[in-house]
Design a protein around this ligand. Sequence first.
Ligand code: HEC
Length: 146
Amino acid sequence: MRSIAFLFIVFSFISCNNSENLDKKVKVDEEFVFDMYEPSEMTLLMRSMYEVHEELKKEIIAGNTPDKFPKDFLNIYTATLTDDKPKNEIFNAYSKVFIDKEREMFSNSSELPIKQRYNTAINTCISCHSTECVGPITRIEKLLIN
Ligand code: HEC
């Protein structure tokens, strides 16, 4: 039993380091890991995208229609993952859908309401996370506009 649990933990760690509990566990177990832990380019990008969407949510609720696509988001194609994990085709496919939906959100020519376009973009964050990295999903869901 123990070895199965161990394998599971190792597997989750490789597939996504972002379950917060797991991070803490590793930090407690191995102080060196704590000292040397450096977030990946992708982790930093994701954190900044999270903050950008918190702001966008406020803007949209306040009645504004943001129309400047943040070019930094394109770094999702090149940013390296934790431990330089290679990106698989599913990841690349979701990245593309995500960027398309983001561009649509900021597009002046779309006829769909901004709230709907925004929520569609957030749902693509969630879709990718449900295949790659389930840890942050509950946090991401908080970005949806009801
Ligand atoms: C194409 C897949 C994909 C998309 C789209 C995506 N993510 Fe992520 N996200 C990941 C992966 C993979 C990681 C783990 C990165 C790593 O380990 O290097 C991650 C990590 C995160 C984290 C954890 C960062 C940390 O502090 O550890 C948050 C929060 C996050 N994403 C939010 C978002 C939000 C918000 C969006 C949409 C605006 C989004 N993600 C879109 C795949 C995706």
